[in-house]
Design a binder for this molecule. Structure first.
Ligand code: FUB
Length: 479
C-alpha cells in the first residue's frame, strides 16, 4: 500500500472543511445560542469533551411565509453555554438526487463514521424523503452515503410526510430509525451498514397526539421518545403551535406509553428538540423565534437544562433567555490530573518516522493532522496494535482520553479501540461508560464505569481495512 494515498476528492473535501472552519463564529452565552444566522431543528451529539448541534439554517426573508432552507450547520461547545457556528457542513448539493428543503436531521455515530440522516426534497415522485450522508467526524466533510433516498413515498407504509428522522443504536448494535410528519410516526430497523433498512416499516403505537419531530434516546435501560404534538389538551393554546410530549417503552420498537409534556409551546409555531447528557448534566436543545428579527421561518436554537425525577419521568423544561451556566466538566483533563507524563510508554510497533514520545508529551492538538508536538504511528502495520503506560506504583485511574492521528495517507482513524488494565496477573478490559471514541479532530474522553487500580494501562487500537493508526496524545486521569 502506498504511503502517499491521497485522492483529489479527499483534498477537495478537506479544503472545504478547512474553509468552513476558518469562518467559525463564536457567540456569547445566552439563548438563542447563535444569532449571526437563523438556525432550526437542532440535533445534539456528544463526542469526547464537545457537544455538537447539527441544525438547519433558516434563510427566509423578513415576513416570508415559507421555509427557505438550503444547508445544515454544525454548532459546537465544550461547556454547553458558549457556542461556535462551524459553518455549513452539508447542503442540498450533498445529495445529488435532491433539489430543495434541507429540513430536520440527526447525526448518529457508528464504527468511527458519522451518519447524518436528513429530511430532503428529492427530484423524484413525491415530496420529502429521508437521505443519509456520511463523514469521518461530527464536523464532516459529509458525502451522500447511498446515492438515493433511504425512505421515500415509494417505501411501503411510509409516513404521509417523510421528514424528521431520529436514529438510535442500541447496546446490542441494532439501529432503529423513527420519523414522520402529519401525525404519521413510522419506525424501521436499520442494517449495520446504517444506510439500508431491514424488515417492514411499522406504525408505532402509544405516541399520543404525535405530530412530527421524534427524538429517541435511552436512559437507565428505558427507551424515551420525545416528539412534537399540537393538541390543545394540555399541549398548546393554538394548534398552529406545538409542544414536546414524550413516551417511554421497554422495547425500542414500542409499544410506547405516553408520559406528558417535556417542553411547552415556544415562540415559533414549529417545535423541534433533542435531548442529550453532557458532562453529567442533561440538556434539551430546541428552537424558537426569539432572535432579533426572528419568526416562524427565521428560527433560532436554544439550550436549557433538563431534569429527570427519581422514577425516570421528565420534569417540564424551564425556558430561559440566559441559557445554561458553563459546564466544562472534566473532559479533556478538567478535574482530574493527567498522569500519562509520569508513565513509561511502550507499544507493539512504532514506525521509524514517527515517535512514541508523542503520546504523553502533553498538550492538546489543534486537529488530527497537527503533528507539531510529535505523532505516534504504526504504519505499515494493520489490524490491532497497542500502546501502553507503566507506572512504578499502582495508580487509581477513572478516565482516559485519546486524540487520534490521521495523516490522510496510510494512517487513518481507527475502526475501534478498547482499554485494558493489568490486574496483577493478566490484562482485563476496562469497562467504559460509552463506546471507546474513535472520532477525528476531537479529544475522545472515555470515562470508566468505576476507577481501576493498576500499574499498567493499555490502549488496543484496531485499524480500518488496509490502513494503519496513530495517536497524537493519550491521557490517563487519576481519580
Ligand atoms: O424545519 C422544517 C420543518 O419544520 C422540520 O422538519 C419540522 O420538524 C419543523 O421544525
Amino acid at each position: 500500500m502506498s504511503r502517499r494515498r491521497r485522492s483529489a476528492a479527499l483534498l477537495s473535501a478537506l479544503v472545504t472543511a478547512v474553509a468552513a472552519t476558518a469562518v467559525a463564529t463564536p457567540s456569547q452565552a445566552a439563548n438563542p445560542i447563535i444569532t449571526s444566522i437563523y438556525t432550526a431543528d437542532p440535533a445534539p451529539l456528544v463526542v469526547g469533551n464537545t457537544m455538537y448541534i447539527h441544525a438547519g439554517r433558516d434563510e427566509a426573508p423578513t415576513g416570508g411565509s415559507n421555509f427557505v432552507m438550503r444547508e445544515w450547520h454544525v454548532l459546537s461547545s465544550t461547556d454547553a453555554a458558549n457556542w461556535t457556528d462551524n459553518g455549513a457542513r452539508a447542503t442540498i448539493a450533498t445529495f445529488p438526487w435532491a433539489g430543495a428543503d434541507a429540513w430536520a436531521g440527526e447525526v448518529e455515530p457508528r464504527n468511527g463514521k458519522y451518519y447524518w440522516y436528513t429530511s430532503i426534497n428529492g427530484n423524484g415522485a413525491g415530496w420529502m424523503n429521508i437521505g443519509v450522508a456520511v463523514g469521518d467526524s461530527p464536523l464532516g466533510p459529509f458525502t451522500d452515503a447511498k446515492g438515493g433516498p433511504l425512505i421515500s413515498d415509494s417505501t411501503a407504509n411510509s409516513s404521509g410526510l417523510n421528514i424528521d428522522p431520529t436514529v438510535f443504536v442500541d447496546d446490542d448494535g441494532q439501529a432503529y430509525m423513527y420519523w414522520g410528519g402529519y401525525w404519521g410516526p413510522r419506525a424501521v430497523r436499520l442494517a449495520s451498514n446504517m444506510i439500508d433498512t431491514v424488515g417492514p416499516v411499522v406504525t408505532p403505537t402509544g405516541l399520543t397526539n404525535y405530530w412530527e419531530a421524534p427524538w429517541m434516546f435511552k436512559r437507565n435501560g428505558l427507551y424515551y421518545m420525545m416528539y412534537a404534538a399540537n393538541d390543545t389538551s394540555g399541549c398548546v393554546t393554538d394548534s398552529n403551535y406545538a409542544c414536546q410530549r414524550y413516551a417511554t417503552a421497554s422495547n425500542p420498537m414500542g409499544p410506547w406509553t405516553h408520559r406528558g409534556v417535556v417542553l411547552g409551546q415556544v415562540s415559533s409555531t414549529t417545535n423541534h428538540a433533542g435531548i442529550v447528557e453532557f458532562n453529567g448534566q442533561w440538556y434539551i436543545v430546541y428552537h424558537n423565534a426569539n432572535a432579533p428579527g426572528g419568526g416562524n421561518f427565521r428560527r433560532s436554537v436554544a439550550v436549557d437544562r433538563l431534569y429527570f425525577n427519581a422514577d425516570g419521568t421528565i420534569q417540564p423544561v424551564v425556558q430561559t433567555t440566559t441559557g445554561p451556566p458553563p459546564n466544562p466538566g472534566g473532559g479533556g483533563g478538567g478535574s482530574g490530573t493527567n498522569i500519562a507524563p509520569s508513565a513509561t510508554a511502550s507499544t507493539s510497533y512504532v514506525s521509524s518516522w514517527e515517535s512514541l514520545a508523542a503520546i504523553n508529551n502533553g498538550g492538546t492538538p489543534a486537529n488530527s493532522q497537527d503533528r507539531s508536538n510529535l505523532a505516534y504511528g504504526n504504519w505499515p502495520q494493520q489490524g490491532t496494535q497497542w500502546i501502553e503506560y507503566t507506572w512504578p506504583t499502582a495508580q487509581s485511574i477513572n478516565k482516559s482520553s485519546v486524540y487520534w492521528f490521521d495523516d490522510n495517507q496510510g494512517i487513518d482513524l481507527p475502526a475501534s479501540c478498547a482499554l485494558e488494565y493489568w490486574n496483577g496477573s493478566q490484562y482485563v478490559p476496562v469497562q467504559l461508560q460509552s463506546t471507546c471514541g474513535v472520532a477525528g479532530n476531537v479529544e475522545n474522553v472515555n470515562t470508566f464505569t468505576s476507577a481501576v487500580n493498576t500499574t499498567r494501562l493499555r490502549l488496543q487500537i484496531t485499524s480500518r481495512s488496509g490502513l494503519s493508526t496513530g495517536v497524537l496524545e493519550w491521557k490517563a486521569f487519576r481519580s
